[in-house]
Structure formats: structure tokens, C-alpha cells
Design a binder for this molecule. Structure first.
Ligand code: ARG
Length: 458
């Protein structure tokens, strides 16, 4: 088959090479963007008098018909036509003849593919942002339910101080909110129209790049033609943002996995979101969370693929850049798939509030509060820390919680201890008194939930 660029060639491309450099197997998913971009380009060519208005109209219409046919599964892409851009153009020429051959005036596949990728990513990013909002909504609902659900907060994976489940979940909400904002920020640099850059040096036609940008809802046009065709920063930025989403999901997954173990027994995942073992009949495994944790590696890999791909590329376009798409697509697919299963997994899990509270009570998580109790009565904090340390050691040897040690015993360590110490170290006090902005006290958590809710409805 004669190539669209075949004029200066006297031989056919080897079929080996057709296989090797064709990207249609994966870039066909850009068909909508490719067609929409071509329609905008043709419209502008007509408006600028670079082609007759009637010809432009014909091109726009036939491109629309091709879109319908692709969506109905009536189009078979051709490997020898290399990529989505030339496949669509070839179809157009087959249907319209000479007029079809005018579409590529003042354009190159280099600015075309840059455009398609930007359009595609813009659409997908907005979908991922919707998914993040949904996840945040689910976390808000769970937060509302668990403002009073006391659980241990950990450092070094050792029980540290009591918090609530709502507070713990709000930590993840803060991460996913930042992820949302990071994507919005990336879109500012993504939403720039590269059309008009041509192959690398612009064109001598009287194009109207601003008009194309307007038709395609871009915020601006690229101001350097060489950068326009060779910039993939936006793809890298997206993969970095996607990696952070995955990192957050992965940390969350790790906790879900730990919490579902018999050792913690803080939650039980719903049967519909767990799987069994083919040999051990008793098993109920948190596979969903494990897979999310595992898939995080793929997305980091996609980020590194792109960083490595672009490193050392001379200006402007190089065919290496065709390799960008699979990494971007994989990152998008993976993040979307994980964000799809995560919220219902959370929504359907059972929270074992009793076990959480017991773990908080049994873990000496109120020891800081006991030291603070002494400090508030005038004992220097370092000293109070020492005294309580000894009390804890003693309680551990007796196998008792701090609230189970008698006042008489406490008074052996310090005469400052009085009956009110029990109130001061109750789980309720430990949590409720931490009213500082951003703290776990119900009042502070309600405020944080409210702030998040307001942000979400803006
Ligand atoms: N399929 C190519 C890509 O994805 C389109 C651009 C080709 N340009 C070129 N000069 N060969 O990068």
C-alpha cells in the first residue's frame, strides 16, 4: 500500500518495519480527539480562506461521519497506515477524494499528535477528578459516622495516642484533596493548543491558532513551535500526580490489609470485596487493597518510562516520543480502575469499633495525657515523663491498663496524683480535649469535615 508520505520513496516499507513502527494498535483510542482536532483545523482553514468554505464544511461533515462509523465498529484500522492520524486521513481521502487531501494543509502529524494527547488527557483528567470527589464524599460519610469511634493512632506502627476513625480518615481526605488540586494545577499547563507549530517551524500559511484554540476550548496557544511539538512535560506531570494518587491509595490499602487481619481485627471487608483461597477454606483475603497497592508500581513505572524517554532527546520531535502514549494510557487506566473499586470497598466494610477502642485503651495511648496531667499540676514535663514511664513499666508487668492502677500505687510514684487522674486519662478526655485545630476532638473533626464539605461544593 502506498504511504501517505510515500512520494520520495521508491520502495515499499518492509512489513517488518510496518509492524515495528506502527502505533495504531494503541493510539486508536485517540480517534475522538483526532477527529475533533481535524474538524477545528478544517473550520479554521475555511475561515481563513486557505480552502474554500464549502470544502471545509465537507471535511467537517465527513469527519463527523467517520466518527460515527468508528463508534459503531464499522471501521477497520490499517496497520500499514501507521497511526490514528493517517488512518483517519486515509479514510477521508477514500471517501472524499481530492478534497480529503487538503485537510493536512498547514499541519504536521507532530503538532497533530501533540494536540490529540493534550485533548485526551484533559478529558481523562477531568474524569479522574470526578472519581476523587466521589472518594472524598465516601470518606466524608464514613467520617460523619465515626466522629466518636476511638482507635489508636500509631507512630512506628506502635500504639501512640488515641484518635478517632473519622480523624484517621480525614488524613486521607487531605491527601486526596491535594491530589485533586494537583491535577487542576497540571491542567493549567496542559491546556495549551500546539496547533500551528507544524512539524517544528510553524508554517507560511495564514493560520489562526487562537481560533483553533477557541474552538477546542484551550486557554492559550503555544508560543514556540519547537517546544509545542516536543513538550511532553504535561504527560510527565500527570504521571507524577497519578503516582501520588496511587501512593496515597497504597498507604490506605496497607492499612485496610492490616486492619482486616486477626491481629488487628479493626474492620471486616464485605464478602463482595474480598476473595477466598483455593486451598485454605478459612481464608478471606483483602485482594482488592493488595492489588491497588501492587498496581502502584505500574504507575511509578509509567512515570519513569516518560522521564527516561524524554531525557536527552534533542529538539524537536523524535520518533521516540511515540512511546509516550502507552505509558500515559496505562497510568490513566490504572488510576481509574483503582478509584473505581476503592470507594465501594470502603462503603461496604464493617467497622469493629469495640476492637478499635480496646486497642486504644490497652496500648497505653493515654500515657502522654498522664504526663500532661502531672505537668499541668506543676511538675516539669521531663520529670513527669520519667514518672509516667515508670508507671507504664509497672502496669505492663502487672498486665494492667493505666486506668486499672490504684491511686495508692500512683501516689507512691508522685504525691501530686489525685483521684481526678482517672478522668484525665479516660479515652473520652484524651480525645475530646485535643480540640486544637486539625486535632482529633469531635469538635475539631466536625469543623474539618465541614471545611472539606464546603470545598467540595464550590
Ligand atoms: N504516531 C506518531 C507519534 O505518536 C505521530 C507523529 C509522527 N511524526 C513523525 N514525524 N513521524 O508520535
Amino acid at each position: 500500500m502506498k504511504k501517505l508520505w510515500g512520494g520520495r520513496f521508491s520502495k515499499e516499507t518492509s512489513s517488518l518495519i510496518d509492524d515495528f513502527h506502527s502505533s495504531i494498535s494503541f493510539d486508536q483510542r485517540l480517534y475522538r480527539e483526532d477527529i475533533r482536532g481535524s474538524q477545528a483545523h478544517a473550520t479554521m482553514l475555511g475561515e481563513q480562506g486557505i480552502m474554500a468554505a464549502a470544502e471545509a464544511e465537507l471535511l467537517v461533515k465527513e469527519l463527523g461521519a467517520i466518527l460515527v462509523d468508528i463508534e459503531a465498529g464499522r471501521v477497520e484500522f490499517d496497520l500499514a497506515a501507521e497511526d490514528i492520524h493517517m488512518n483517519v486521513e486515509r479514510l477521508l481521502i477514500a471517501r472524499l477524494g481530492p478534497v480529503g487531501k487538503k485537510l493536512h494543509t498547514g499541519r504536521s502529524r507532530n503538532d497533530q499528535v501533540a494536540l490529540d494527547l493534550r485533548l485526551y488527557m484533559r478529558r481523562e483528567i477531568s474524569g479522574i477528578q470526578e472519581q476523587l470527589l466521589h472518594l472524598l464524599k465516601v470518606l466524608l460519610e464514613l467520617g460523619d459516622k465515626h466522629i466518636e469511634t476511638v482507635m489508636p493512632g500509631y507512630t512506628h506502627l506502635q500504639r501512640a495516642q488515641p484518635v478517632t476513625l473519622a480523624h484517621h480518615l480525614l488524613a486521607y481526605s487531605a491527601m486526596f484533596k491535594r491530589d485533586y488540586e494537583r491535577l487542576s494545577d497540571a491542567v493549567k499547563r496542559l491546556n495549551i493548543c500546539p496547533l500551528g507549530a507544524g512539524a517544528l517551524a510553524g508554517t507560511t500559511y495564514n493560520l489562526a491558532p487562537m481560533r483553533v484554540a477557541e474552538l477546542l476550548e484551550f486557554d492559550d496557544v503555544a508560543l514556540n513551535s519547537m517546544d509545542a511539538v516536543s513538550d511532553r512535560d504535561h504527560a510527565i506531570e500527570f504521571c507524577a500526580a497519578a503516582s501520588l494518587i496511587m501512593m496515597h491509595l497504597s498507604r490506605f490499602s496497607e492499612e485496610i490489609i492490616l486492619w482486616s487481619s486477626a491481629e488487628y481485627s479493626f474492620i471486616e471487608l464485605d464478602d463482595a470485596y474480598s476473595t477466598g483461597s483455593s486451598i485454605m477454606p478459612q481464608k478471606k483475603n483483602p485482594d482488592v487493597a493488595e492489588l491497588v497497592r501492587g498496581k502502584t508500581g505500574r504507575v511509578y513505572g509509567d512515570l519513569f518510562t516518560l522521564l527516561t524517554l524524554m531525557k536527552g532527546l534533542p529538539l524537536a520531535y523524535n520518533k521516540d516520543m511515540q512511546e509516550d502514549k502507552e505509558a500515559v494510557f496505562d497510568a490513566i487506566d490504572t488510576v481509574k480502575a483503582c478509584l473505581l473499586v476503592f470507594p465501594p470497598m470502603l462503603q461496604t466494610m464493617t467497622v469493629k469499633a469495640q476492637n478499635m477502642r480496646r486497642a486504644a485503651e490497652g496500648g497505653y495511648t493515654n500515657a502522654t495525657d498522664l504526663a500532661d496531667y502531672l505537668a499541668k499540676k506543676g511538675i516539669p514535663f521531663r520529670e513527669a515523663h520519667e514518672v509516667v514511664g515508670q508507671a507504664v513499666l509497672n502496669a505492663i508487668t502487672q498486665g494492667k491498663a493505666l486506668c486499672e492502677i490504684s491511686l495508692a500505687e500512683y501516689q507512691e510514684w508522685s504525691s501530686v496524683f489525685a483521684e481526678d487522674l482517672y478522668e484525665a486519662i479516660s479515652m473520652k478526655t484524651c480525645v475530646e480535649k485535643r480540640e486544637v485545630l486539625g486535632g482529633p476532638a469531635p469538635a475539631a473533626v466536625r469543623q474539618a469535615l465541614q471545611r472539606l464539605r464546603t470545598w467540595m461544593t464550590q
